[in-house]
Design a protein around this ligand. Structure first.
Ligand code: C2E
Ligand code: CA
Ligand code: CA
Length: 405
């Protein structure tokens, strides 16, 4: 777990906390607790002071939802508009459901809600939140995971020269403990910087309108590599490809994919196209047209990051997907939050009722696997089984792992 990095003497990574609560003594308690833990902390009691104190290096915001003069929800929206990057802890004397709903709202605004603190809270609860925050702020050893600034011309060249490779992460059927599929995750093999992760370039490619081209590079690669990956008993594996939201704009997308699939002689049902819930919501009418035609052509469809879009439940029954993919944030919060457990359990039930198989991603522990098994989840993917692997490592894994027998 711990990376063995000391928690003191970190002048740069020192967390900066900003509190807004109309009850001044709540702010005082948080300030003194944070200071005793070596963290900088400012407390405010109204929106004007709060916004003044909201400098870019604030890493954690703790806010009361119910304040007489200021609407906590309104403030959340404002933070969303400012594209605030700080973690957010919601505090309230309301019951847990209100906090969960506000947290969900925060997420839909692109904010990262890190915890909830129900009032009145006990000191150990507060300390635990602050401690976790400090730990997560500890700089990561692999600098490449942090978004890096890359000039436009580098991006264009990368697409022109196809400097991208796919890493593959196994997907295992829980009931048989056998690998049944692989998700292809793109990596950029930068000539000088080495391996660059998608967080650093997907958004950039979108804004440069090159994301479509990346999509085709990835699909072609996936199709040409999939044939060599089989289980030791000869069973072929499916390959899941992340389709960008952009593909849901292109009414010719199904025909183009079908042509490639035919050309490479890959059975269409070995292909799973992953579409994120949020892009589905945005593009619903086009999406239904495109997705139905992909299904009619035999390809499988997976709804990725399920649960993060929160408006989807209603429309889901119209989407002809074969798989529902529970977002890893829910899987990882299963242990600590009742509501995450309920979301996971209900998503599994819902998926099954709609005739889809359900895959949980981001599974890191045996406990998570056991919970998912107990609730009849079909498939798992995550570090517990394997990290995403480059092709040679994947071949090794297929030759040796008990999951690939
Ligand atoms: P995603 O589709 O939700 O992919 C899952 C991400 O979770 C991957 O990050 C994977 O490495 C990571 N992951 C897998 N298992 C675990 C685990 O047990 N614990 C934790 N903490 N993380 C785990 P990655 O590879 O950095 O990809 C990030 C995102 O970039 C993907 O999220 C996907 O949205 C996007 N992406 C990746 N490849 C492509 C692509 O070919 N095309 C497009 N358009 N987007 C892609
Ligand atoms: Ca995915
Ligand atoms: Ca996902």
């Amino acid at each position: 777990m711990g990376m063995g990095i000391g928690m003191s003497e970190r002048p740069e990574g020192t967390p900066k906390i900003l509190v807004i609560d109309d009850e001044g003594d709540v702010g005082d308690i948080i300030v003194s607790t944070a200071q005793s833990m070596n963290m900088g902390c400012t407390a405010t009691t109204n929106a004007a002071d709060f916004l003044k104190a909201l400098v870019p290096d604030v890493t954690l915001i703790m806010m009361d939802l119910a304040m007489p003069e200021t609407d906590g929800i309104e403030l959340l929206r404002l933070l969303g508009q400012k594209q605030c990057k700080a973690g957010i802890v919601l505090m309230s004397g309301f019951d847990r459901r209100v906090l969960e709903t506000a947290e969900q709202l925060g997420r839909s605004l692109g904010l990262s809600a890190v915890a909830q603190l129900q009032k009145p809270f006990r000191l150990p609860e507060l300390e635990s939140i602050l401690r976790n925050h400090a730990r997560n702020k500890t700089p990561e050893p692999s600098a490449q995971r942090l978004p890096v600034a890359i000039p436009d011309q580098d991006m264009r060249r990368a697409v022109e020269r196809s400097e991208f490779v796919l890493f593959y992460q196994p997907q295992v059927e829980i009931s048989t403990s056998r690998v049944v599929g692989l998700e292809g995750l793109v990596r950029w093999q930068h000539p000088e910087r080495g391996m660059v992760f998608p967080d650093s370039f997907i958004k950039r490619l979108e804004s440069l309108e090159l994301i479509d081209e990346l999509g085709w590079i990835v699909i072609k690669r996936g199709l040409s590599e999939i044939g060599q990956f089989v289980r030791r008993d000869g069973t072929p594996l499916t390959v899941s490809i992340n389709a960008s939201a952009q593909s849901l704009h292109d009414l010719e997308f199904p025909d183009k994919v079908q042509a490639l699939v035919k050309q490479r002689a890959v059975p269409p049902h070995h292909i799973v196209l992953e579409i994120t819930e949020s892009s589905l919501i945005r593009e619903l009418s086009n999406a239904l047209d495109i997705l139905s035609r992909l299904r009619m052509k035999g390809m499988q469809l997976s709804i990725d990051d399920f649960g993060t879009g929160y408006a989807m439940m209603q429309q889901l029954r119209y989407v002809p997907a074969t798989e529902l993919k529970i977002d890893k944030t829910f899987v990882q919060e299963m242990q600590s939050k009742i509501d995450a457990r309920v979301v996971v359990q209900k998503t599994i039930e819902l998926g099954h009722e709609l005739g889809m198989r359900v895959l949980a991603e981001g599974v890191e522990t045996e406990e998570q696997l056991e919970f998912l098994r107990a609730h009849q989840c079909d498939l798992v993917q995550g570090y517990l089984i394997s990290r995403p692997l480059p092709v040679p490592k994947l071949s090794e894994w297929l030759a040796n792992s008990p999951y690939a027998a």
